[in-house]
Design a protein around this ligand. Structure first.
Ligand code: ZN
Length: 243
């Protein structure tokens, strides 16, 4: 979807000898070729200024092959929700603080702390499950709120909102108005969850990706390209969390 618009910003290039493609991103304001590892997506990202050709960029990445391979090998494959771990949540970062006892799972903000914490009670062996339960609840609340907003804008009704750990799709919509979403969308920036909610709500009107579908979606959710790009470039990283 929207692949053409995406192509002008970023493309994946294969570099011989590397296990994964490098994401080549065009940046009109960049002054030189910049190579880095994106800690969120775990991908090598090469920023290309207007004066460098794609050939130049690939040649540059080839000279840095050993460095890229070494960096990629250090990216963790899974990241469990354990005490002390920091994870992305709706565009912020939360660090898990297991305090035990009968405390509810909740966000604590204190100016004396480094950043917001997710306080988790109960036994240490249940921390992961408690964090995942909390994330599912947060996802459901956020999605129900957004679905209500966009269905109202569209003047349509829906049957129900389900939150699951879907693998192949971020959201889906059935002909009888059942909407289903991945809870992992709460790990993405806020507008990404909003976009997926708006996208599926628009399927309540058009069960296809016709021109009319995109025009209607754009009318209730302008600027979706950034969110589509975010999902394309970083979506896979959301599956590394929890388990
Ligand atoms: Zn769709």
């Amino acid at each position: 979807m929207a692949t053409r618009a995406h192509q002008q910003y970023a493309r994946e290039v294969e570099i011989a000898g590397l296990p994964a493609p490098v994401l080549l991103r065009d940046n009109p304001r960049a002054r030189r070729l910049i190579l880095k590892i994106d800690p969120v997506s775990g991908k090598a990202v090469l920023t290309r200024p207007p004066q460098a050709s794609i050939k130049d960029a690939i040649a540059f990445a080839q000279t840095k092959r050993a460095w890229i391979a070494e960096q990629l090998a250090q990216v963790p494959t899974t990241r469990p929700f354990t005490h002390g771990a920091t994870f992305p949540f709706r565009g912020k970062h939360l660090s898990i603080n297991h305090v035990g006892g009968r405390r509810p799972t909740q966000i604590i903000t204190d100016p004396l702390m480094d950043g917001p914490q997710l306080q988790v009670g109960g036994a240490p062996e249940h921390v992961t499950r408690r964090v995942m339960d909390w994330l599912r609840d947060e996802a459901r609340k956020a999605l129900v709120e957004k679905v209500s907003l966009y269905t109202e804008k569209l003047g349509v009704s829906y049957n129900r909102v389900q939150v699951r750990d879907t693998r192949s799709r971020w959201g889906s919509c059935t002909a009888d108005g059942k909407l289903s979403f991945s809870w992992r969308l709460v790990l993405a920036p806020q507008s990404v969850l909003d976009y997926v909610a708006a996208h599926e709500c628009t399927h309540l009107v058009y069960l296809n990706h016709s021109r009319e579908f995109w025009a209607t979606l754009d009318s209730i959710f302008p600027g979706r390209i950034d969110d589509e790009n975010w999902l394309r470039n970083n979506g896979a990283s959301l599956f590394r969390w929890g388990h």
